[in-house]
Design a protein around this ligand. Structure first.
Ligand code: PLP
Length: 402
């Protein structure tokens, strides 16, 4: 007899669905003949295989008795030191940083630390489904705030916080992806960052800043993070917690990221980390520390930028060339995604089925909204994974299906 154990699973587990994006990935990644704009996958050509394999070998031989042992839940001291140097943000205390198992683990532990059933998180709409799913799995209710080209719209945020807090609703934090946002590719302007921090301070609601793409800028000026802005201009090192990731730089398979914020919040996250992963992977952490300490990082990031910039440009050119009148799209200065906005009559869930029949994959916009607030006339396209030829051909086919 095969049991299904349905009576045993928790309500939260049963309420969770499998991730659409991960399911799509299974049927499109590396499948012959399919042009995939669906995943958020870094291009494997960016993985620094040789250097990393040498450092792995060396670390295990020379430092194995240390790194093959259990490690601290906060993370490897050497990596924490290397990150502080790399980030060059002044005065980050040792109790203000935790290494995480990819940034997802940081976002999850932050959410776990804050959320009781039905507490509210403010997110961008559209937002990143990985985080939305993790937050909903923790019991949170999400309130999505519309964006314009410069990021979350401050007036709408102010209005929503005022309304929710006026009704004594438990709003726990504001979740933002200010740079090359997933899915829209938009970047929040400096003024917007200031405006959002001011609103957060006005209502005393903390911000979780998710920054996995920050290093991948192909044009325009680098903008200070909300995390650093709060520390420097607002003299408030507590209001913003940042999550960063090595996934889009060294490779997502390494599962390495970090979070930095108020000692009290980091302390709570350490407690969750102790319960779930004990410590991040000690070997990988030490390898990343050496990679940074030996000065490989900047050059490596520049190589990735040189690989991705022409892909972004090729996709923007192809959209210009092939898309019918009336279709709009974002022009990201970095990251991995372009966001297409169609006339309201176009249902991109339907377009998706048509595209799959024609061996083109993308993610329909509806997947980036929480359950109660879906728009269905948008599309996310990834440009980091396909080749330039695939980008041109894929956009041409996609345009012909609209
Ligand atoms: C906005 C955003 N946050 C977090 C993550 C998760 O990254 P990680 O691999 O570090 O868990 C991703 C990955 O695609 C992302 O796009």
């Amino acid at each position: 007899m095969r049991r299904d154990f349905m009576d045993f699973y928790s309500k939260n587990t049963l309420a969770m669905e499998h991730s659409f994006i991960r399911e799509i990935l299974k049927v499109t990644k590396g499948v012959k003949g399919v042009i995939s704009f669906a995943g958020g996958l870094p291009n494997p050509d960016t993985f620094p295989r040789e250097i990393i394999s040498e450092i792995f070998n060396e670390v295990i031989i020379n430092e194995g008795s240390d790194v093959l042992q259990y490690g601290a839940s906060e993370g490897d001291r050497q990596l924490i030191k290397a990150i502080k140097t790399f980030e060059s943000v002044e005065n980050i205390g040792d109790d203000e940083l935790i290494i995480t198992n990819g940034s997802t683990n940081g976002i999850y532990n932050y959410t776990r630390s804050m959320i009781d059933q039905d507490d509210i998180i403010i997110t961008e709409a559209p937002g990143f489904p990985g985080s939305i799913a993790a937050m909903e799995a923790c019991g949170a209710k999400l309130s999505g705030i519309d964006m314009d080209e410069l990021g979350m719209i401050p007036e709408l945020l102010d209005k929503e916080l005022n309304a929710l807090l006026g009704k004594k609703k438990p709003v726990k934090f504001i979740y933002l992806i200010p740079e090359f946002q997933n899915p829209s590719g938009r970047t929040m302007s400096l003024q917007r960052r200031r405006d959002i921090i001011k609103i957060a301070k006005k209502y005393d609601i903390p911000i979780l800043e998710d920054q996995p793409y920050r290093e991948l800028r192909y044009s325009g000026e680098r903008i200070i993070t909300l995390w650093e802005l709060a520390r420097t201009e607002f003299n408030d090192p507590e209001i913003v917690t940042i999550c960063k990731s090595f996934s889009k730089i060294l490779g997502p398979g390494l599962r390495l990221g970090f979070s930095s914020g108020a000692p009290s919040i980091i302390g709570q996250m350490v407690k969750w980390s102790q319960k779930s992963i004990v410590s991040p992977d000690c070997v990988t952490q030490r390898v990343a520390a050496h990679f940074i300490d030996r000065g490989y990082m900047h050059e490596h990031i520049n190589r990735i930028i040189e690989l991705y910039r022409p892909k972004r440009d090729a996709m923007l050119d192809a959209l210009e060339q092939y898309m019918p009148d009336g279709v709009k799209w974002t022009k990201p200065e970095g990251g991995m995604f372009i966001w297409l906005m169609f006339d309201k009559a176009v249902d991109t869930d339907v377009l998706f089925d048509k595209a799959i029949e024609n061996k083109i994959a993308f993610i329909p916009g509806s997947k980036f909204y929480s359950a109660n607030n879906k728009k269905r006339n948008e599309v996310r396209l990834n440009f980091s994974y396909p080749t330039i030829d695939e980008i041109k051909k894929g956009v041409e086919i996609l345009a012909s299906l609209i």
